[in-house]
Ligand binder design. Structure first.
Ligand SMILES: *Cc1c(COP(=O)(O)O)cnc(C)c1O
Length: 483
Protein backbone atom coordinates (compact mmCIF):
# COMPACT_ATOMS: atom_id res chain seq x y z
CA UNK A 1 0.00 0.00 0.00
CA UNK A 2 1.40 3.39 -0.91
CA UNK A 3 1.46 6.31 1.46
CA UNK A 4 -1.06 8.02 -0.81
CA UNK A 5 -3.51 5.20 -0.23
CA UNK A 6 -3.14 5.61 3.53
CA UNK A 7 -3.99 9.29 3.30
CA UNK A 8 -7.03 10.56 5.27
CA UNK A 9 -8.13 14.15 4.66
CA UNK A 10 -7.20 16.44 7.53
CA UNK A 11 -4.87 14.00 9.29
CA UNK A 12 -1.36 15.23 9.92
CA UNK A 13 1.74 14.76 12.01
CA UNK A 14 2.42 17.23 14.81
CA UNK A 15 3.86 20.46 13.51
CA UNK A 16 5.03 23.53 15.38
CA UNK A 17 5.11 26.08 12.64
CA UNK A 18 2.42 25.17 10.17
CA UNK A 19 1.15 28.72 9.63
CA UNK A 20 4.69 29.96 9.50
CA UNK A 21 5.66 27.30 6.93
CA UNK A 22 2.73 28.27 4.80
CA UNK A 23 3.68 31.92 5.00
CA UNK A 24 7.24 31.11 3.99
CA UNK A 25 6.04 28.96 1.08
CA UNK A 26 3.71 31.70 -0.12
CA UNK A 27 6.43 34.26 0.06
CA UNK A 28 9.19 32.33 -1.70
CA UNK A 29 7.53 29.72 -3.92
CA UNK A 30 5.85 31.23 -6.97
CA UNK A 31 2.12 30.61 -7.41
CA UNK A 32 2.53 28.47 -10.56
CA UNK A 33 5.01 26.20 -8.76
CA UNK A 34 2.73 25.81 -5.74
CA UNK A 35 -0.16 24.95 -8.03
CA UNK A 36 1.92 22.26 -9.70
CA UNK A 37 2.61 20.47 -6.43
CA UNK A 38 0.48 17.35 -6.12
CA UNK A 39 -1.37 17.04 -2.83
CA UNK A 40 0.84 15.29 -0.31
CA UNK A 41 -0.47 12.28 1.61
CA UNK A 42 -2.18 13.31 4.86
CA UNK A 43 -1.06 10.86 7.53
CA UNK A 44 -0.25 10.83 11.23
CA UNK A 45 3.31 10.58 12.44
CA UNK A 46 2.91 6.94 13.45
CA UNK A 47 1.56 6.01 10.00
CA UNK A 48 4.55 7.70 8.49
CA UNK A 49 7.09 5.97 10.76
CA UNK A 50 5.54 2.54 10.22
CA UNK A 51 5.29 3.03 6.48
CA UNK A 52 8.96 3.79 6.01
CA UNK A 53 10.25 1.41 8.69
CA UNK A 54 8.36 -1.45 7.07
CA UNK A 55 9.62 -0.47 3.65
CA UNK A 56 13.18 -0.45 5.01
CA UNK A 57 12.81 -4.01 6.32
CA UNK A 58 11.85 -5.21 2.84
CA UNK A 59 15.26 -4.20 1.60
CA UNK A 60 18.15 -6.56 1.07
CA UNK A 61 21.66 -5.21 1.43
CA UNK A 62 25.20 -6.06 2.41
CA UNK A 63 24.27 -5.20 5.99
CA UNK A 64 21.49 -7.80 6.05
CA UNK A 65 23.06 -10.71 4.19
CA UNK A 66 25.51 -12.16 1.70
CA UNK A 67 25.41 -10.32 -1.63
CA UNK A 68 27.60 -12.25 -4.10
CA UNK A 69 26.80 -10.11 -7.15
CA UNK A 70 29.56 -10.71 -9.72
CA UNK A 71 31.20 -7.64 -11.27
CA UNK A 72 29.61 -5.37 -8.67
CA UNK A 73 31.91 -5.96 -5.67
CA UNK A 74 29.22 -5.72 -3.01
CA UNK A 75 31.56 -5.83 -0.05
CA UNK A 76 31.13 -4.63 3.50
CA UNK A 77 31.47 -0.89 3.97
CA UNK A 78 32.96 -0.19 7.39
CA UNK A 79 30.72 2.08 9.45
CA UNK A 80 33.60 4.33 10.40
CA UNK A 81 33.59 5.56 6.78
CA UNK A 82 30.04 6.82 7.31
CA UNK A 83 30.89 8.43 10.64
CA UNK A 84 33.80 10.33 9.14
CA UNK A 85 31.96 11.38 5.98
CA UNK A 86 29.10 12.72 8.11
CA UNK A 87 31.40 14.67 10.43
CA UNK A 88 30.05 18.22 10.44
CA UNK A 89 33.53 19.63 9.88
CA UNK A 90 33.37 17.94 6.48
CA UNK A 91 29.66 17.78 5.81
CA UNK A 92 28.87 21.49 6.18
CA UNK A 93 31.65 22.70 3.91
CA UNK A 94 30.67 23.97 0.49
CA UNK A 95 32.88 24.05 -2.59
CA UNK A 96 32.12 27.76 -3.00
CA UNK A 97 33.62 28.47 0.44
CA UNK A 98 36.94 30.23 0.36
CA UNK A 99 39.80 27.86 -0.45
CA UNK A 100 41.54 28.83 2.77
CA UNK A 101 38.51 27.47 4.67
CA UNK A 102 38.50 24.28 2.62
CA UNK A 103 42.17 23.40 3.10
CA UNK A 104 41.24 20.24 5.01
CA UNK A 105 39.08 18.90 2.19
CA UNK A 106 41.65 19.77 -0.42
CA UNK A 107 44.36 18.10 1.66
CA UNK A 108 42.21 14.99 1.97
CA UNK A 109 41.63 14.91 -1.79
CA UNK A 110 45.30 15.53 -2.50
CA UNK A 111 46.38 12.72 -0.19
CA UNK A 112 43.75 10.43 -1.71
CA UNK A 113 45.25 11.19 -5.12
CA UNK A 114 48.71 10.35 -3.77
CA UNK A 115 47.45 7.03 -2.39
CA UNK A 116 45.74 6.14 -5.67
CA UNK A 117 48.91 7.06 -7.58
CA UNK A 118 50.89 4.72 -5.40
CA UNK A 119 48.34 1.92 -5.63
CA UNK A 120 48.06 2.12 -9.43
CA UNK A 121 51.49 3.36 -10.52
CA UNK A 122 50.01 6.35 -12.35
CA UNK A 123 51.40 9.93 -12.24
CA UNK A 124 48.32 12.12 -11.79
CA UNK A 125 44.61 11.79 -11.06
CA UNK A 126 41.31 13.58 -11.45
CA UNK A 127 38.75 12.88 -8.75
CA UNK A 128 35.81 14.34 -10.68
CA UNK A 129 34.04 11.41 -12.36
CA UNK A 130 30.96 10.26 -10.45
CA UNK A 131 30.80 6.60 -11.53
CA UNK A 132 32.71 3.98 -13.48
CA UNK A 133 31.09 4.75 -16.82
CA UNK A 134 31.74 8.46 -16.26
CA UNK A 135 35.40 7.66 -15.51
CA UNK A 136 35.62 5.68 -18.74
CA UNK A 137 34.15 8.59 -20.68
CA UNK A 138 36.67 10.94 -19.05
CA UNK A 139 39.58 8.62 -19.92
CA UNK A 140 38.34 8.15 -23.47
CA UNK A 141 37.94 11.92 -23.97
CA UNK A 142 41.52 12.38 -22.76
CA UNK A 143 42.79 9.82 -25.29
CA UNK A 144 40.60 11.38 -27.99
CA UNK A 145 42.04 14.84 -27.32
CA UNK A 146 45.58 13.49 -27.21
CA UNK A 147 45.17 11.70 -30.54
CA UNK A 148 43.58 14.80 -32.09
CA UNK A 149 46.81 16.64 -31.23
CA UNK A 150 49.24 13.89 -32.18
CA UNK A 151 47.79 11.46 -34.73
CA UNK A 152 44.32 12.27 -35.98
CA UNK A 153 44.13 9.11 -38.09
CA UNK A 154 43.51 7.11 -34.93
CA UNK A 155 39.74 6.99 -34.60
CA UNK A 156 39.14 3.42 -33.40
CA UNK A 157 39.23 1.74 -29.99
CA UNK A 158 39.74 -2.00 -29.58
CA UNK A 159 37.64 -3.67 -26.89
CA UNK A 160 37.69 -7.39 -26.04
CA UNK A 161 34.35 -9.20 -26.28
CA UNK A 162 34.64 -9.93 -22.54
CA UNK A 163 34.51 -6.22 -21.62
CA UNK A 164 31.94 -4.66 -19.31
CA UNK A 165 29.07 -3.21 -21.36
CA UNK A 166 29.93 0.34 -20.37
CA UNK A 167 33.29 0.16 -22.21
CA UNK A 168 31.99 0.23 -25.80
CA UNK A 169 29.33 2.75 -24.79
CA UNK A 170 31.90 5.15 -23.31
CA UNK A 171 34.30 4.84 -26.25
CA UNK A 172 31.44 5.54 -28.65
CA UNK A 173 30.27 8.56 -26.66
CA UNK A 174 33.81 9.95 -26.80
CA UNK A 175 33.67 9.82 -30.60
CA UNK A 176 35.53 6.58 -31.31
CA UNK A 177 34.55 3.69 -33.48
CA UNK A 178 34.56 0.47 -31.46
CA UNK A 179 36.16 -2.71 -32.82
CA UNK A 180 35.64 -5.96 -30.91
CA UNK A 181 38.60 -8.25 -30.18
CA UNK A 182 37.58 -11.91 -29.73
CA UNK A 183 38.68 -14.02 -26.76
CA UNK A 184 40.85 -17.11 -27.09
CA UNK A 185 40.04 -20.55 -25.69
CA UNK A 186 41.65 -19.66 -22.35
CA UNK A 187 39.40 -16.64 -21.84
CA UNK A 188 42.05 -14.04 -22.67
CA UNK A 189 42.59 -11.73 -25.63
CA UNK A 190 43.11 -13.62 -28.91
CA UNK A 191 46.64 -12.41 -29.81
CA UNK A 192 46.41 -13.25 -33.52
CA UNK A 193 43.20 -11.26 -33.82
CA UNK A 194 44.79 -8.36 -31.92
CA UNK A 195 47.82 -8.49 -34.20
CA UNK A 196 45.57 -8.12 -37.26
CA UNK A 197 43.40 -5.36 -35.81
CA UNK A 198 46.13 -3.18 -34.29
CA UNK A 199 46.94 -0.72 -37.09
CA UNK A 200 47.51 3.02 -37.42
CA UNK A 201 43.80 3.80 -37.19
CA UNK A 202 43.60 2.48 -33.63
CA UNK A 203 43.89 5.01 -30.79
CA UNK A 204 43.73 2.62 -27.85
CA UNK A 205 42.75 -0.71 -26.42
CA UNK A 206 40.40 -0.77 -23.45
CA UNK A 207 41.08 -3.69 -21.14
CA UNK A 208 39.76 -5.03 -17.89
CA UNK A 209 42.22 -7.12 -15.92
CA UNK A 210 41.19 -9.33 -14.30
CA UNK A 211 38.64 -9.47 -17.08
CA UNK A 212 34.89 -9.62 -16.68
CA UNK A 213 34.95 -13.37 -16.07
CA UNK A 214 37.48 -12.98 -13.26
CA UNK A 215 40.46 -14.27 -15.24
CA UNK A 216 43.87 -12.66 -15.21
CA UNK A 217 44.94 -11.62 -18.71
CA UNK A 218 47.96 -13.88 -19.26
CA UNK A 219 49.31 -11.98 -22.26
CA UNK A 220 49.10 -8.55 -20.69
CA UNK A 221 52.80 -7.73 -21.21
CA UNK A 222 52.73 -8.77 -24.87
CA UNK A 223 49.48 -6.84 -25.40
CA UNK A 224 51.03 -3.70 -23.91
CA UNK A 225 54.15 -4.04 -26.05
CA UNK A 226 52.22 -4.68 -29.25
CA UNK A 227 49.78 -1.80 -28.79
CA UNK A 228 52.51 0.70 -27.79
CA UNK A 229 54.85 -0.42 -30.57
CA UNK A 230 52.14 0.42 -33.10
CA UNK A 231 51.35 3.83 -31.63
CA UNK A 232 48.25 3.01 -29.56
CA UNK A 233 47.51 3.73 -25.90
CA UNK A 234 46.30 1.38 -23.17
CA UNK A 235 43.19 2.05 -21.11
CA UNK A 236 42.65 0.06 -17.92
CA UNK A 237 39.16 -0.49 -16.53
CA UNK A 238 40.03 -0.77 -12.84
CA UNK A 239 36.48 -0.94 -11.50
CA UNK A 240 37.36 -4.12 -9.65
CA UNK A 241 40.88 -3.54 -8.42
CA UNK A 242 40.22 -5.55 -5.27
CA UNK A 243 42.01 -8.54 -6.79
CA UNK A 244 45.22 -6.65 -7.47
CA UNK A 245 45.94 -4.04 -4.81
CA UNK A 246 49.50 -4.33 -3.59
CA UNK A 247 50.17 -7.20 -5.98
CA UNK A 248 50.32 -5.56 -9.42
CA UNK A 249 50.06 -1.96 -10.58
CA UNK A 250 48.38 -1.12 -13.90
CA UNK A 251 50.95 1.65 -14.39
CA UNK A 252 53.79 -0.87 -14.21
CA UNK A 253 52.02 -3.11 -16.71
CA UNK A 254 52.15 -0.27 -19.24
CA UNK A 255 48.68 1.25 -18.97
CA UNK A 256 48.44 4.96 -19.84
CA UNK A 257 44.96 5.70 -18.44
CA UNK A 258 43.13 4.01 -15.54
CA UNK A 259 39.81 4.44 -13.81
CA UNK A 260 38.96 3.02 -10.39
CA UNK A 261 35.52 2.50 -8.90
CA UNK A 262 35.95 3.76 -5.35
CA UNK A 263 32.36 2.61 -4.76
CA UNK A 264 33.43 -0.97 -5.42
CA UNK A 265 37.06 -1.51 -4.53
CA UNK A 266 37.42 1.11 -1.83
CA UNK A 267 34.35 0.29 0.23
CA UNK A 268 31.92 3.10 -0.34
CA UNK A 269 28.31 1.95 -0.52
CA UNK A 270 26.62 1.65 -3.88
CA UNK A 271 23.74 0.00 -5.58
CA UNK A 272 20.53 1.42 -6.92
CA UNK A 273 22.51 3.76 -9.11
CA UNK A 274 24.50 5.93 -6.77
CA UNK A 275 26.41 7.65 -5.33
CA UNK A 276 29.87 6.85 -6.63
CA UNK A 277 33.28 8.14 -7.58
CA UNK A 278 35.63 6.90 -10.26
CA UNK A 279 38.93 8.78 -10.25
CA UNK A 280 40.91 8.61 -13.48
CA UNK A 281 44.69 8.26 -13.38
CA UNK A 282 47.06 9.09 -16.24
CA UNK A 283 50.73 8.91 -17.06
CA UNK A 284 52.65 12.19 -17.06
CA UNK A 285 52.37 12.83 -20.81
CA UNK A 286 48.56 12.99 -20.48
CA UNK A 287 48.38 15.08 -17.30
CA UNK A 288 47.75 18.31 -19.21
CA UNK A 289 44.56 16.79 -20.60
CA UNK A 290 42.95 16.09 -17.21
CA UNK A 291 39.66 17.82 -16.43
CA UNK A 292 40.06 21.08 -14.53
CA UNK A 293 40.35 21.89 -11.72
CA UNK A 294 43.03 19.49 -10.45
CA UNK A 295 43.80 19.48 -6.72
CA UNK A 296 47.49 20.33 -6.24
CA UNK A 297 49.81 21.33 -3.41
CA UNK A 298 51.98 24.46 -3.80
CA UNK A 299 54.16 25.88 -1.02
CA UNK A 300 52.28 23.67 1.47
CA UNK A 301 48.97 25.26 0.41
CA UNK A 302 46.36 23.11 -1.28
CA UNK A 303 44.80 24.72 -4.27
CA UNK A 304 42.89 24.08 -7.49
CA UNK A 305 44.94 24.09 -10.67
CA UNK A 306 42.90 25.47 -13.58
CA UNK A 307 45.90 25.90 -15.84
CA UNK A 308 45.99 22.74 -17.91
CA UNK A 309 46.36 24.02 -21.45
CA UNK A 310 45.02 20.89 -23.12
CA UNK A 311 42.28 20.11 -20.60
CA UNK A 312 39.19 18.30 -21.81
CA UNK A 313 37.18 20.70 -19.62
CA UNK A 314 35.05 19.92 -16.62
CA UNK A 315 33.49 16.52 -16.05
CA UNK A 316 31.34 17.60 -13.10
CA UNK A 317 30.60 20.57 -10.90
CA UNK A 318 33.39 21.55 -8.52
CA UNK A 319 36.07 18.96 -7.79
CA UNK A 320 34.50 15.61 -7.05
CA UNK A 321 31.92 13.70 -5.04
CA UNK A 322 33.52 14.67 -1.73
CA UNK A 323 31.46 12.49 0.62
CA UNK A 324 32.30 9.39 -1.41
CA UNK A 325 35.95 10.38 -1.70
CA UNK A 326 36.06 10.82 2.09
CA UNK A 327 34.82 7.26 2.65
CA UNK A 328 37.49 5.84 0.34
CA UNK A 329 40.14 8.01 2.01
CA UNK A 330 39.23 6.70 5.46
CA UNK A 331 39.21 3.13 4.15
CA UNK A 332 42.67 3.42 2.58
CA UNK A 333 44.13 5.09 5.68
CA UNK A 334 42.66 2.43 7.95
CA UNK A 335 43.80 -0.48 5.81
CA UNK A 336 47.29 0.78 5.07
CA UNK A 337 49.65 -0.87 2.66
CA UNK A 338 49.53 -4.29 4.35
CA UNK A 339 45.78 -4.20 4.77
CA UNK A 340 45.14 -3.53 1.09
CA UNK A 341 47.48 -6.35 0.13
CA UNK A 342 45.68 -8.71 2.55
CA UNK A 343 42.37 -7.56 1.06
CA UNK A 344 43.39 -8.58 -2.44
CA UNK A 345 44.75 -11.91 -1.30
CA UNK A 346 41.51 -12.65 0.56
CA UNK A 347 39.37 -11.62 -2.45
CA UNK A 348 41.25 -14.07 -4.67
CA UNK A 349 41.24 -16.91 -2.13
CA UNK A 350 37.52 -16.48 -1.44
CA UNK A 351 36.54 -16.58 -5.12
CA UNK A 352 38.64 -19.69 -5.68
CA UNK A 353 37.18 -21.31 -2.56
CA UNK A 354 33.61 -20.80 -3.78
CA UNK A 355 34.63 -22.03 -7.22
CA UNK A 356 36.15 -25.21 -5.75
CA UNK A 357 33.08 -25.99 -3.63
CA UNK A 358 30.58 -25.41 -6.43
CA UNK A 359 32.45 -26.76 -9.46
CA UNK A 360 31.09 -30.34 -9.14
CA UNK A 361 27.54 -28.96 -9.40
CA UNK A 362 28.02 -25.88 -11.57
CA UNK A 363 31.10 -26.35 -13.77
CA UNK A 364 33.27 -23.31 -14.51
CA UNK A 365 33.65 -22.38 -18.18
CA UNK A 366 37.46 -22.31 -17.85
CA UNK A 367 39.23 -24.59 -15.45
CA UNK A 368 41.94 -22.24 -14.29
CA UNK A 369 42.35 -20.19 -11.11
CA UNK A 370 40.26 -17.04 -10.99
CA UNK A 371 40.91 -13.66 -9.43
CA UNK A 372 38.06 -11.95 -7.56
CA UNK A 373 35.06 -13.67 -9.14
CA UNK A 374 34.10 -16.92 -10.79
CA UNK A 375 31.72 -17.81 -13.61
CA UNK A 376 29.80 -21.07 -13.17
CA UNK A 377 27.40 -22.81 -15.49
CA UNK A 378 23.95 -24.28 -14.83
CA UNK A 379 23.61 -25.58 -18.36
CA UNK A 380 22.86 -29.24 -17.53
CA UNK A 381 19.78 -28.40 -15.46
CA UNK A 382 17.50 -27.95 -18.46
CA UNK A 383 16.98 -31.71 -18.44
CA UNK A 384 15.04 -31.28 -15.19
CA UNK A 385 13.04 -28.47 -16.75
CA UNK A 386 14.62 -25.71 -14.69
CA UNK A 387 16.65 -22.72 -15.79
CA UNK A 388 19.33 -20.67 -14.08
CA UNK A 389 16.66 -18.07 -13.34
CA UNK A 390 14.72 -20.67 -11.30
CA UNK A 391 17.87 -21.59 -9.38
CA UNK A 392 18.57 -17.92 -8.63
CA UNK A 393 14.97 -17.36 -7.49
CA UNK A 394 15.12 -20.39 -5.19
CA UNK A 395 18.31 -19.04 -3.60
CA UNK A 396 16.22 -16.16 -2.23
CA UNK A 397 14.24 -18.65 -0.13
CA UNK A 398 17.53 -19.56 1.53
CA UNK A 399 18.08 -15.91 2.40
CA UNK A 400 20.69 -14.94 -0.17
CA UNK A 401 20.81 -12.27 -2.81
CA UNK A 402 21.30 -14.20 -6.07
CA UNK A 403 24.57 -13.75 -7.94
CA UNK A 404 24.72 -12.02 -11.31
CA UNK A 405 22.98 -14.28 -13.84
CA UNK A 406 23.04 -14.49 -17.65
CA UNK A 407 26.21 -12.41 -17.72
CA UNK A 408 28.66 -12.35 -19.36
CA UNK A 409 26.87 -13.07 -22.60
CA UNK A 410 29.60 -13.96 -25.06
CA UNK A 411 30.75 -17.44 -26.09
CA UNK A 412 31.31 -19.84 -24.42
CA UNK A 413 29.40 -18.17 -21.59
CA UNK A 414 26.41 -17.24 -23.64
CA UNK A 415 24.08 -19.66 -21.86
CA UNK A 416 22.98 -20.21 -18.25
CA UNK A 417 25.94 -18.72 -16.41
CA UNK A 418 26.15 -17.05 -13.05
CA UNK A 419 28.99 -14.87 -11.87
CA UNK A 420 29.76 -15.10 -8.17
CA UNK A 421 31.91 -12.56 -6.35
CA UNK A 422 32.12 -13.37 -2.64
CA UNK A 423 34.50 -10.42 -2.00
CA UNK A 424 37.19 -10.37 0.66
CA UNK A 425 34.89 -9.35 3.49
CA UNK A 426 32.98 -12.66 3.85
CA UNK A 427 33.93 -15.41 6.29
CA UNK A 428 34.48 -19.08 5.50
CA UNK A 429 31.25 -19.90 7.37
CA UNK A 430 29.18 -17.55 5.21
CA UNK A 431 30.64 -18.93 1.99
CA UNK A 432 30.12 -22.51 3.22
CA UNK A 433 26.44 -21.87 3.99
CA UNK A 434 25.92 -20.15 0.65
CA UNK A 435 27.51 -23.02 -1.26
CA UNK A 436 25.49 -25.53 0.80
CA UNK A 437 22.32 -23.73 -0.27
CA UNK A 438 23.26 -23.90 -3.96
CA UNK A 439 24.21 -27.57 -3.64
CA UNK A 440 20.86 -28.28 -1.96
CA UNK A 441 19.09 -26.44 -4.77
CA UNK A 442 20.92 -28.53 -7.35
CA UNK A 443 19.49 -31.60 -5.56
CA UNK A 444 16.01 -30.05 -5.45
CA UNK A 445 16.21 -29.43 -9.19
CA UNK A 446 16.46 -33.15 -9.76
CA UNK A 447 13.96 -34.30 -7.15
CA UNK A 448 11.40 -31.56 -6.95
CA UNK A 449 11.80 -29.05 -9.78
CA UNK A 450 8.40 -27.47 -8.99
CA UNK A 451 9.97 -25.99 -5.86
CA UNK A 452 12.30 -24.01 -8.08
CA UNK A 453 9.77 -23.13 -10.75
CA UNK A 454 7.50 -21.39 -8.25
CA UNK A 455 10.29 -19.79 -6.16
CA UNK A 456 10.79 -17.58 -4.30
CA UNK A 457 8.15 -18.47 -1.70
CA UNK A 458 9.39 -16.71 1.41
CA UNK A 459 10.07 -13.21 0.13
CA UNK A 460 7.78 -10.19 0.39
CA UNK A 461 7.32 -10.23 -3.37
CA UNK A 462 7.30 -13.69 -4.93
CA UNK A 463 7.86 -14.57 -8.60
CA UNK A 464 7.29 -11.51 -10.74
CA UNK A 465 6.61 -11.22 -14.42
CA UNK A 466 10.04 -10.09 -15.63
CA UNK A 467 8.75 -8.07 -18.58
CA UNK A 468 5.36 -6.79 -17.40
CA UNK A 469 6.66 -3.55 -15.91
CA UNK A 470 8.54 -2.63 -19.08
CA UNK A 471 5.46 -3.31 -21.22
CA UNK A 472 2.92 -1.59 -19.01
CA UNK A 473 4.70 1.52 -17.84
CA UNK A 474 3.20 3.25 -14.83
CA UNK A 475 5.10 6.40 -14.07
CA UNK A 476 2.93 7.96 -11.39
CA UNK A 477 0.25 7.25 -8.86
CA UNK A 478 -2.24 9.08 -11.09
CA UNK A 479 -1.58 6.78 -14.06
CA UNK A 480 -2.36 3.81 -11.87
CA UNK A 481 -5.81 5.11 -11.13
CA UNK A 482 -6.28 5.91 -14.79
CA UNK A 483 -7.00 9.57 -14.10
C1 LIG B 1 30.84 -1.73 -12.45
C2 LIG B 1 31.76 -1.73 -13.59
C3 LIG B 1 31.80 -0.64 -14.48
C4 LIG B 1 30.82 0.53 -14.42
O1 LIG B 1 30.82 1.24 -13.21
P1 LIG B 1 29.57 2.12 -12.81
O2 LIG B 1 29.98 2.82 -11.57
O3 LIG B 1 28.43 1.17 -12.61
O4 LIG B 1 29.30 3.07 -13.93
C5 LIG B 1 32.75 -0.67 -15.49
N1 LIG B 1 33.58 -1.70 -15.65
C6 LIG B 1 33.57 -2.78 -14.83
C7 LIG B 1 34.53 -3.89 -15.05
C8 LIG B 1 32.64 -2.83 -13.77
O5 LIG B 1 32.61 -3.89 -12.96
Amino acid sequence: MTLFEKSVAGRSAFSFGFEEDRAVAERYVPEFARAAVKPLPQVAELDLVRHFTNLATMNYGVDTGFYPLGSCTMKYNPKINERMAADPRLAVRHPLDDLTDNQGILQMEFELKESLQEITGMDDFTLQPACGAHGELTGMLIIHAYMRDHDARRTKVLIPDSAHGTNPASATMAGFQVVTVPSNERGGVDMDALDKLMDDTVAAIMLTNPNTVGLFEENITQIAELVHARGGLLYYDGANLNALMGLIRPGDLGFDVVHLNLHKTFSTPHGGGGPGAAPVGVKKFLADYLPIPVVVCRDSQYTLDENRPHTIGRMSGFYGNTAVLARAYVYIKMMGRDGLLATSRAAVINANYVKALLSPYFPPAYDRPVMHETVLSAKGYDKYGVTLLDIAKRLMDYGYHPPTIYFPHFPPYAEEVMMVEPTESESKETMDSFCDALIKISQEAKENPDLLLSAPHDTVVTRVNETYAARHLVTSHRDKKGT
